[in-house]
Design a protein around this ligand. Structure first.
Ligand SMILES: Cc1cc2nc3c(=O)[nH]c(=O)nc-3n(C[C@H](O)[C@H](O)[C@H](O)COP(=O)(O)O)c2cc1C
Length: 190
């Protein structure tokens, strides 16, 4: 495993931008692809429920999905079914019991966390990326054959290597200054 110096993270984020064109001749190596997918697989999510497949996300959080998650907790961490029972009941009540529109929004939020992980992992691997939210999810689902199923699309992300003439690669970053975005609690607030 590669050790990453603290400065590497900031360097990677400074190098990163949303590439609008990609170099068709450059392919992501198998090793980088594997590392990237593993980082994505390890993305955090609320209660660790991972309501996604990396083509689309779940529309709702079903009791079945929660039950499978509990089975994984039992198998991978050796927790007994009895010990998990109240946690499982709470999840089924609170997560699966929410109104459908809140489940939809909640799962969509989890996908955005994975999107952040994907952007970070790509930057560290010097892979260029462009998140894409500007599409019609209904049409996108149709193209992917997801319409009417358990999954739907929230956001896409294109990967590759920046095109030589990508206009956006020459633009300076527009991140706001530290004193504009960080608020020290107890120091006067906003
Ligand atoms: C959630 C999200 C959705 C985005 N959707 C699009 C999109 O639909 N089309 C596009 O060209 N860029 C999209 N972007 C890229 C942003 O426009 C870009 O990240 C932003 O302008 C800041 O530029 P930078 O990432 O190059 O610093 C999206 C970025 C994020 C984080």
């Amino acid at each position: 495993m590669t050790d990453i110096a603290a400065s590497t993270v900031v360097e990677a984020m400074n190098r990163r931008y949303a590439a609008k064109t990609f170099d068709r001749t450059k392919k992501i190596s198998d090793a980088d692809r594997t590392e990237f997918l593993e980082a994505l697989r390890l993305s955090p999510s609320s209660y660790g429920l991972q309501p996604w497949k990396f083509i689309a996300r779940r529309r709702s959080t079903t009791s079945d999905h929660i039950t499978r998650h509990m089975e994984m907790l039992q198998q991978e961490r050796g927790v007994s079914a009895e010990a998990l029972q109240s946690f499982k009941n709470m999840l089924i009540r609170s997560a699966a019991g929410r109104p459908p529109e809140l489940q939809d929004a909640w799962n969509s939020n989890q996908t955005d966390v994975a999107l952040g992980v994907a952007a970070m992992a790509a930057a560290l691997l010097k892979i260029d990326a462009c998140p894409v939210e500007g599409f019609d999810p209904v049409k996108f689902d149709d193209v992917l054959g997801l319409s009417g199923g358990d999954f739907t699309t929230t956001v896409a992300i294109a990967f590759g290597y920046r095109g030589e003439h990508d206009l956006f690669s020459s633009f300076p970053p527009l991140s706001r200054a530290a004193d504009d975005v960080f608020v020290e609690l107890g120091a006067g607030g906003l």
